[in-house]
Design a protein around this ligand. Structure first.
Ligand code: DAH
Length: 338
């Protein structure tokens, strides 16, 4: 019996040392130390031992049990530690990995410029008006005092949708649409798409304009100059200068074109201003009495000024972009720069 117990101890200790998972370890505890386990099994034969032997055998059996229990605990600790380590590794976050930036979009450069300019005029009390891209000849030409034989009405310059209907060649027709609806005082700006048969580095068949119209009693060319000077100094900087050159538009009298001192070279001369120091910015003038006639406004009572500018050219100038076409190609490598 003594030999049996010692053999059992040797075997158990060896076996437990190489057990590889906690479940097998629990199994081994039952096999060796359980109520129906191997030690208990051997002790069943205790009755056959002599009375002097019995206490010694009992003591040995306890020692064997204890040795096995200790080895089980040791092994359990090792296996549990290993399991914890594995779990920690699986759950670990590598906080040194740089995050992935979500791609953020932004407004198109023309939209940015438009919103900025509209904001400047809104601060002066102007409201925003809009009109249709597909326009009648009446609004686009006739009501703006543009005679039937005017060269702008030629199909070489204007996209005709059908006889009498065009893609608007400027935002000016919205002047008439507004005046038909409201009596003075009127102060509106009109951003929008416009179309002409034109396509080269500085012209696109579709482009963007911003129209302005102010009508009230006693409005003079001085109001026009003051308003536009304020606008360019807000948009291009406080030291920007303006000059007005006489011009002709059918819908204004007198008419002018307004230039600004070149903001790219501070008027010293560069490619953008063709070394003149000045850049043409917009057309403007005092609203022609005949236009007021179409609107049904009392020409004895009211005067007004109007202006129209190309927004794409402004965006091109502000960002020194070479070629207006880039603005409409929607190439992300280009757009992402703004
Ligand atoms: N409509 C003109 C153009 O497209 C620009 C313009 C000039 C608008 C004078 C106006 C104005 O309102 O008064 O070239």
């Amino acid at each position: 019996m003594k030999a049996d117990l010692e053999a059992l101890r040797t075997r158990a200790l060896e076996e437990i040392t190489v057990l590889d998972d906690l479940q097998a370890l629990e199994q081994a505890r039952v096999t060796y130390l359980g109520r129906k386990g191997k030690v208990t099994e051997i002790l069943r034969g205790l009755g056959q031992a002599s009375p002097e032997e019995r206490p010694k055998l009992g003591q040995l059996a306890n020692e064997v049990k204890q040795a096995i229990a200790e080895r089980l605990d040791e092994r359990k600790q090792v296996l549990e530690a290993r399991e914890d380590a594995l779990q920690a590794e699986a759950a670990a976050l590598d906080i040194t990995l740089p995050g992935r930036r979500p791609q953020r979009g932004h407004l198109h450069p023309i939209t940015q410029v438009t919103e900025e300019i509209v904001g400047i005029f809104q601060a002066l009390g102007f409201q925003v008006a809009t009109g249709p891209d597909v326009e009648t000849e009446y609004y686009n030409f006739d009501s703006l005092n543009t005679p039937p034989d005017h060269p702008a009405r030629d199909s070489h310059d204007t996209f005709f949708v059908q006889p009498g209907v065009v893609l608007r060649t400027h935002t000016s027709p919205v002047q008439m649409r507004v005046m038909e609806k409201v009596q003075p005082p009127v102060a509106v700006v009109v951003p929008g798409r416009t179309y002409r048969v034109d396509n080269d580095a500085s012209h696109s068949p579709m482009f963007n304009q911003l129209e302005g119209l102010l009508v009230d009693e006693g409005i003079t060319f001085g109001d026009l100059k003051g308003t536009l000077l304020h606008f360019v100094q807000e948009f291009f900087g406080a030291d920007t200068k303006v000059r007005f050159r006489p011009h002709f538009f059918p819908f204004t009298e007198p008419s002018a074109e307004m230039d600004i001192s070149c903001s790219v070279c501070q008027a010293n001369g560069c490619r953008v201003c063709k070394h003149s120091g000045w850049v043409e910015l917009l057309g403007c003038g005092m609203v022609h009495p005949r236009v007021f006639g179409y609107a049904g406004y009392d020409t004895e009572k009211y005067t007004g000024f109007a202006f129209g500018m190309g927004l794409d050219r402004l965006a091109v100038q502000r960002h020194a972009i070479n070629g207006i076409g880039h603005l409409f190609e929607n190439d992300l490598r280009f757009l992402e720069q703004f």
